[in-house]
Design a protein. Structure first.
Lengths: 124, 340
């Protein structure tokens, strides 16, 4: 199972990727929003873990593009956010974000939430 | 004369050459440090991430430079993590000896070294170095003292908290931002410790910071102390009023009405009191708020109108009266909030 991890912080990318690889997932990474969309279209990940604030395209814009493309529309999405307000969360849910994970985060909790979205999507 | 000029020229040339040499040396060192970081940084971050994910063997950096890069990678990870993952990174720093090094660095003669060590220990927040932090409260540098106090506020046992409170009070005058961070840490971890900082005998700047923190964190147990602060100077009273509004302390309503309606008090105090009356839902405050729609100061009028809007029927009735019969300044405010 392949997971896209997109975050402009190399530290966060490494923390998330190490956790997911330890759980047996294959991980592909992107360091900004444009790259995230490009990697998703090329690699067809089964799910995505996206940061909300990224250069070039932010997390919401990435979600919009992924949901608009039939090749990537179905992949569950977990979004990492700073302690965002209610409007942020509601906006994301309307666009199609499946789970939110506030930062600072627990990699174990992120893994559990990702697993839950994959189960709900019938992929696990 | 000619010889003197010649000597001066030679001396100047030597000085310029020495300066250029020193600059070059610094540039070379910076470049070398950057290349080392580029070479070793990603591997260190990956090592920390792997340790967090699967545990197992500790990373084993070779050499001072690699140790420093690994330490910085671990500290960066601390900002992004919480829970057991964060505890693992703290444990990694402890087992690799970084916390002991920082504790020892708190005794350095060089202030920048002590400051970096104190900040690092504040980021880590481990009780393992409490004795060193306690000694750091007596450092001659206020930024070292306040960083140590901030850490102790989060990790120290209850019996050490009075020392932390004393440190915050002592340094509010010399390092107000850092001391305020200590008060904030106390508010988060030992909220009752703020009570002495709110007492009338305390200096005004101490009471102001404590009132702001107590209200910002909505510390209901400090509501009685905040009520007492409504009698203090205008800045403190305003902070206390805002806090009581955030807490939703209905018992403070009579004092807030008195403050809002007192023309001798500064506009900012009256504005905060009026807003608080709306926040706590004090319908008995309508007779106090309605006349404020014609106050001389715009912020007071605006706060009164917003508060009346929050009080539903008796409040909106007062706003409709202002629209129908009030002078232009009251009508403007009332129409504005009724339209929202």
């Amino acid at each position: 199972m392949k997971i896209l991890v997109a975050d402009d912080s190399p530290t966060i990318r490494q923390l998330v990727s190490a956790r997911l690889e330890a759980d047996g997932y294959e991980v592909v990474e992107a360091e900004d929003g444009e790259r995230a969309v490009a990697v998703a279209r090329a690699e067809h990940p089964d799910a995505c873990v996206l940061d909300k604030i990224m250069p070039k395209l932010d997390g919401f814009e990435v979600v919009q593009r992924l949901r608009a493309d039939p090749r990537t529309a179905a992949a569950p999405i977990v979004m990492l956010t700073d302690r965002g307000g209610e409007s942020d969360v509601l906006g994301g849910l309307e666009l199609g974000v499946d789970e939110y994970m506030p930062k600072p985060f627990s990699p174990q909790e992120l893994s559990a939430r990702l697993r839950r979205t994959l189960v709900r999507a019938g992929l696990l | 004369m000619t010889a003197a000029l010649l000597y001066t020229d030679v001396a100047l040339a030597a000085l310029v050459a020495a300066l250029a040499g020193a600059l070059n040396l610094v540039r070379v060192r910076i470049r070398r440090r950057r290349r080392r970081q580029e070479r070793l940084g990603p591997a260190s971050s990956r090592a920390v991430a792997r340790y967090v994910a699967v545990g197992g063997e500790l990373p084993s950096p070779a050499g001072r430079a690699e140790r420093a890069i690994l330490r910085d990678a671990a500290l960066r990870a601390l900002f992004d993590l919480r829970g057991s993952a964060r505890d693992q990174v703290v444990s990694l720093l402890e087992q690799l000896g970084f916390l002991d090094e920082a504790a020892a660095a708190l005794r350095s003669r060089r202030r920048p070294v002590r400051r970096r060590a104190a900040e690092m220990l504040a980021v880590v927040g481990s009780p393992a170095v409490t004795p060193a932090l306690q000694a750091g409260l007596r450092d001659r540098d206020p930024l070292v003292r306040t960083a140590c106090a901030r850490t102790l506020a989060a990790v120290a046992a209850e019996d050490m908290i009075p020392q932390v409170v004393a440190a915050a009070q002592r340094d509010i005058g010399v390092a107000p931002g850092s001391a305020a961070a200590v008060v904030l840490a106390l508010g988060r971890h030992h909220p009752g410790a703020l009570r002495p900082l709110l007492e009338p005998a305390r200096p005004a700047d101490v009471r102001l910071v404590a009132a702001t923190v107590a209200g910002g964190l909505r510390l209901a147990l400090l509501a009685p102390a905040l009520r007492a602060c409504l009698q203090a100077g205008d800045e403190i009273a305003a902070a206390a009023a805002r806090g009581l509004g955030r807490i939703g302390d209905r018992e403070s309503a009579p004092d807030l009405r008195e403050l809002a309606g007192d023309p001798r008090r500064a506009p900012r105090a009256r504005t905060a009191a009026a807003a608080a009356l709306g926040a706590i839902g004090d319908r008995e405050g309508v007779p106090v708020l309605e006349p404020l729609l014609v106050a001389a100061e715009w912020p007071v009028r605006s706060a009164a109108a917003q508060a009346l809007a929050r009080l539903r029927e008796p409040g909106t009735a007062a706003l409709r009266r202002a629209v129908q019969w009030g002078p232009p300044e009251a009508r403007e405010q009332a129409e504005g909030v009724l339209a929202d």
